[in-house]
Design a protein around this ligand. Sequence first.
Ligand SMILES: *[C@@H]1O[C@H](CO)[C@@H](O)[C@H](O)[C@H]1NC(C)=O
Ligand SMILES: *[C@@H]1O[C@H](CO)[C@@H](O)[C@H](O)[C@H]1NC(C)=O
Ligand SMILES: *[C@@H]1O[C@H](CO)[C@@H](O)[C@H](O)[C@H]1NC(C)=O
Ligand SMILES: *[C@@H]1O[C@H](CO)[C@@H](O)[C@H](O)[C@H]1NC(C)=O
Ligand SMILES: *[C@@H]1O[C@H](CO)[C@@H](O)[C@H](O)[C@H]1NC(C)=O
Ligand SMILES: *[C@@H]1O[C@H](CO)[C@@H](O)[C@H](O)[C@H]1NC(C)=O
Ligand SMILES: *[C@@H]1O[C@H](CO)[C@@H](O)[C@H](O)[C@H]1NC(C)=O
Ligand SMILES: *[C@@H]1O[C@H](CO)[C@@H](O)[C@H](O)[C@H]1NC(C)=O
Ligand SMILES: *[C@@H]1O[C@H](CO)[C@@H](O)[C@H](O)[C@H]1NC(C)=O
Ligand SMILES: *[C@@H]1O[C@H](CO)[C@@H](O)[C@H](O)[C@H]1NC(C)=O
Length: 872
Amino acid sequence: MRLIKELLVALVIASLLEGWWSCDGCLENERNALLQLKASFNDPERMSLSSWGLYTDDCCKWENIHCSSTTGRVSKLSIWSDIWGFTEWCFNASLFLPFQELTILSLRHNHIIDCVENEGFERLARLNNLEFLDLKDNSYNNKSIVSSIGHLSSLKSLNLASNGLVNITDIQGLSRLENLEYLDLSSNNFNNSIVPFLSVFSLLKSLNLSYNKLESAIDIQELDALGNLEELRLGGNQITKVVASRDIRISRNLSSLLDYNTAMDRSIQLELLGAYPFLKTLSLQHNNFKGAIFAQETGNLTSVQELYLDYSSFDEESFKSLGALPSLKLLSMFALDASLPQGLPNFKFLEYLDLRASALPDNFLKGMEKLPSLKTLLLSYCRLSGTIPAAKGLCELIHLQEIDISYNNLSGKLPSCLANLTSLQRLDLSSNHFTGDISLSPLRTLTSLHILQLSSNLFQIPISLLPFFNHSKLKFLYCYGNEIYADIDMPNLTPKFQLEYLDFSGQGDGGVFPKFLYYQHKLQYVDMSNIKMKGEFPYWLIGNNSKLDTLSLANCSLSGPLHWPIHSHVYISHLDLFSNYFNGSIPTEIGVSFPNLDSLYLSRNGLIGGIPSSIGKMSLLRVLELSNNRLSGIIPQDLTVGCISLSNLILSNNNLQGQIFPKHADFKELKLLWLDGNQFTGSIPYGIVNCTGLQILDVSDNHLSGSIPGWIRNLTSLEVMDLSQNNFSGNLPSNFGPQWIREVYLSKNRLQGALTNAFCNCSELMILDLRHNYFTGRVPEWIDKFSELSYLLLGYNNLEGEIPIQLCNLRQLSLVDLSNNNLSGHILSCISAASNWQKRVASYGYPGTYMKQPLEFTTREYRIISKEAFSS
Ligand SMILES: *[C@@H]1O[C@H](CO)[C@@H](O)[C@H](O)[C@H]1NC(C)=O
Ligand SMILES: *[C@@H]1O[C@H](CO)[C@@H](O)[C@H](O)[C@H]1NC(C)=O
Ligand SMILES: *[C@@H]1O[C@H](CO)[C@@H](O)[C@H](O)[C@H]1NC(C)=O
Ligand SMILES: *[C@@H]1O[C@H](CO)[C@@H](O)[C@H](O)[C@H]1NC(C)=O
Ligand SMILES: *[C@@H]1O[C@H](CO)[C@@H](O)[C@H](O)[C@H]1NC(C)=O
Ligand SMILES: *[C@@H]1O[C@H](CO)[C@@H](O)[C@H](O)[C@H]1NC(C)=O
Ligand SMILES: *[C@@H]1O[C@H](CO)[C@@H](O)[C@H](O)[C@H]1NC(C)=O
Ligand SMILES: *[C@@H]1O[C@H](CO)[C@@H](O)[C@H](O)[C@H]1NC(C)=O
Ligand SMILES: *[C@@H]1O[C@H](CO)[C@@H](O)[C@H](O)[C@H]1NC(C)=O
Ligand SMILES: *[C@@H]1O[C@H](CO)[C@@H](O)[C@H](O)[C@H]1NC(C)=O
């Protein structure tokens, strides 16, 4: 019986609840009110509203609306305008009254006009729960509407930033907001007379007055009534002095931000002891200090623990005055502009020091014992040179947990005293000139390290990583750009670390593939490129580390066949095996094994066989490089299925041949699309037409045949096309070439016909190489449309007629090859006289381009013009 009763009660409650906030999740009257609100805007299609009512009736799921999880009523509503130069909005407070539980209302970036009588903000006073009102970035036709906000006595937070306010009379009404804790009046035009007015908000915790017209001296005593103030932002004004006409009682832990207050030639001075007896955090970034910052006659300011002085400049006196803050725990002076002959003042309690990107004196690391409590030291990009001092200084800071001295000019061996820094968790020494064998270095004993960055130095690192076997916490090891050497294998030792990130690419001979990798199971990133190692492809790395994302073994002299565990490895996105001695064929299931691959580099190996069509299953593939192997057969049609993300397709220098592309017959419907009367005989795969992201297409040096189709211009992203050294034949289609193409290499094919209309639309073309074909007719007169053209290589064709004078309009042209044609007439004077051309002639490739083969021209031969044509 009791059970039934309980069940009944539960059912009644459930049905009550359902009816109350309707089965759609939001109250019907609130939904209607929202739609009415939407209709009240002149631009209901604005982004923040357009989806309202479109997909669901549950208004709680509409954009920018949040409902209470207990009552299901709208509790948060945000309507901002995304249209610059916003349209006006007639404010009608009644539209909001249905939302009785509204707590947060944001009307940012609107253009509120007061046009409905008796419908100002005061009507919202009926919303008893309204605590947050955000009106940032508004403008009003009549600013007195702002004062009506003063009736919303429940407000705790009010944002009136960027409201074009200037006159205190406009905000006088706000003085009734007794519960206000957060007030943002930044980016208005208030002057100093705003300060005494603010003392009415006695519960205020945070006050933002940045970017107003405050100037000269600010008397903090005027804010004395704000006993709870924790954050005071005064940045971006023209304040030169902060004073207190008598001692005040503003709360402990106040933070004050006075960034960007440099008033041209004056600088800011703070009478802090009087002004902020309990100041904890002080930010004075982007200032330009001259003379003492702190009026020291008022004594030392022991409350200040955090000081931010980033992007500031100092003279000697201003710098010395930092000594008035003896309790500092954090000092941030990023991009400090000052010379520090005396070093820093004594900061006995300093734990965090950031001086990155500051020009420090070389002896800086010696004078560090003045900072005995330091835990974090950030000194990258500080132009430090010399060595790390062997005894005094850095080594004495035994509490250090983090050191970053990367990107300096430091050199020499690491001093053994570094071993004293046993708390060190992160050490970044990268991009210096440090030397020495890591197995003899103090790093061996720093077993607390999590992150060790040694990249780009002159260290010798044993490939076994034996010196770090006791570093059980080591997860990130960056070693690239050092010398790796082979050491003796210790078969009985296993490392205590489980690395996640290993950048080991360097130079040197590592002997054999290192054993410590057998014991790793959490690797995500492994780069060992450029280390010579004997061994086969470490397929077990892929099997053992299920989260592996990147495996780079480029240029490692590994050999043998490629194989790996067949099942799918969804995390792998980057596989780089460029330039090894791998042989055999590419596993046919490669696309199944690595379905999410982003880039695959297998160029410069000894791979044979065909290109597996399963590569087409890699729908995210961006880069496919298989050049310089001995691959044969056709380019499978499947390769281009879903190739929308493919950007680099590099298949050059293989034995790919025949109908690498499907026959015309397979695509009968193409006849409809075939433009410009091409003689199409087996060609680039029609599928490529869908690879619209393709930027580089290089199939040079194969045995590919067929003609070049007109739709190649549909590859609108194509910048480089290299089809040279194949058997492509037929005419070039008219208007050939995607619009943004920069480099076209078609040399050594069997292309023919006139150039009359080809390439017309490619205004970015820099390199055009058509040498060694059978092109006939004249050099087109429109050649000067290619205003960026630098290399025009037309040698070894059957071109005839005169060289068009338009060639002289090509200002960027630096190399012209018209040799071995049937051209006639005179050498253009601009060519023969163009001494300035000669300066730009490059004998090797063209910097910044894809050009692979060096061009064997010397400056004297920059115009290799057909001897027959011009001998007369
Ligand atoms: C203001 O909104 C209320 C509620 O939707 C509506 O009844 C009233 O007509 C509106 N007033 C004007 C002048 O649009
Ligand atoms: C602005 O509004 C106030 C109060 O509603 C009114 O007294 C004043 O005349 C208005 N000013 C203008 C310029 O419309
Ligand atoms: C400020 O506004 C009041 C009331 O609108 C007006 O009387 C006064 O002239 C204004 N002051 C200035 C400086 O604009
Ligand atoms: C501050 O601005 C008000 C009006 O905006 C003006 O009347 C007053 O003179 C100004 N005070 C100072 C100190 O500039
Ligand atoms: C204070 O105002 C500035 C300028 O509008 C703004 O960038 C900053 O985010 C504001 N800070 C806080 C904490 O509201
Ligand atoms: C001030 O900060 C200290 C430490 O950060 C904290 O324990 C204390 O509660 C804070 N006092 C106030 C009034 O916020
Ligand atoms: C302020 O602190 C510095 C450094 O601790 C000390 O040398 C100086 O005597 C102190 N000054 C006063 C007035 O306490
Ligand atoms: C630091 O190391 C040096 C030599 O490595 C040693 O002589 C010295 O006692 C150590 N200092 C501390 C504080 O451990
Ligand atoms: C190109 O993409 C379209 C649309 O996704 C598809 O229908 C068509 O079959 C694709 N063509 C080729 C040749 O893959
Ligand atoms: C190439 O693009 C044109 C214009 O966008 C389109 O009409 C034509 O069908 C495309 N050709 C192919 C083969 O997709």
